[in-house]
Design a binder for this molecule. Sequence first.
Ligand SMILES: Cc1cc2nc3c(=O)[nH]c(=O)nc-3n(C[C@H](O)[C@H](O)[C@H](O)COP(=O)(O)O)c2cc1C
Length: 331
Amino acid sequence: MNLETTYLGLTLPHPILPGAGPLTGDLRKVRQLEDVGAPCLIMNSLFEEQIVKEQRAAFAAIDEAEDSFAEALSFLPEPEDYCLGPDEYLSRIAHIKAAVDIPVIASVNGISPDGWREYPQLIAAAGADALEVNLYHLSADKFESSAEVEERLLESVRAAREGIEIPIAVKLPPFFTSIPHFVSRLEELGVQAVVLFNRFYQPDIDIEELRTEPTLRLSTSAELNLRLRWLAILHGRTGLDLSLSGGIHESHDVIKGLMAGATTVQTVSGLLLHGPAHLRNLVDGVIEWMHEHEYSHLDQLRGCMSHQNAPDPEAIERGNYAMVLHSWTAD
Ligand SMILES: Cc1cc2nc3c(=O)[nH]c(=O)nc-3n(C[C@H](O)[C@H](O)[C@H](O)COP(=O)(O)O)c2cc1C
């Protein structure tokens, strides 16, 4: 069975990748992932120090100005809990590269143009085989239009792209008015892939304690459908590789992602819930399903359920929307 896949210029034995997350923080887990057949590793993101400083400043400012609302910011995690400093991050790339033979994709999340230029260069110099640029952005400024937000994000990607030769994937949030247009702008900038999508971690409210709670719920397969829709729309309409992130828990999820048009799929919650060896289950499950359904190569199923040959995907989506609403019946 041939599952070989080219992603970000890397030839991989199969398309199921461990996504950016905490597993690469532990060298034993990293080796375990390689042993169970991970075709590459995606590291958790390096967060620009600037973000950390701004978060500290935001805490301090609100503590002083509006003491009674200080608890409303309790959802901000302590930076030390999730941020590796740049030096530690760069040496972790070197340690992981020394520990495994598979390609290592680093990830960066920055905000200032300087940060976006500087860190990708340092990461490439540290030996990463490719870079995921993690655009995690929530617009809260009523004076900044969506077009301006998009320009700013594109500027960040341009800054990251300029200084390095290694391939770049851009991990997107799902909240754009026109994802195909934004993806085509990314393609013009010379990136190689987009990752659909970043998950937003939405704080819950504790109504007794009057504070917000950081809720990092792991995903379920229910998150898959949003990804499937956009993959189906983008497949065949962009030259970029498409990587699915969000809701891959079972081998059937992988098959759906590939049918919608994913070049690769990534899984994080699935591996955190079931352990790194779950990656092998996913690969075996895909192979078994392909045997049963007489597929011998992934290209036979990749994109077969996309809108590639539909002249008007918007009309299909409108039709589906109406059909779904009318199909509901009370039990
Ligand atoms: C504990 C945890 C840490 C994560 N850290 C990062 C990160 O550093 N950078 C990043 O781009 N995504 C990060 N993610 C998001 C995942 O890469 C992924 O996009 C998201 O969890 C959806 O995939 P899943 O449904 O397979 O979990 C993290 C996810 C989890 C659960």
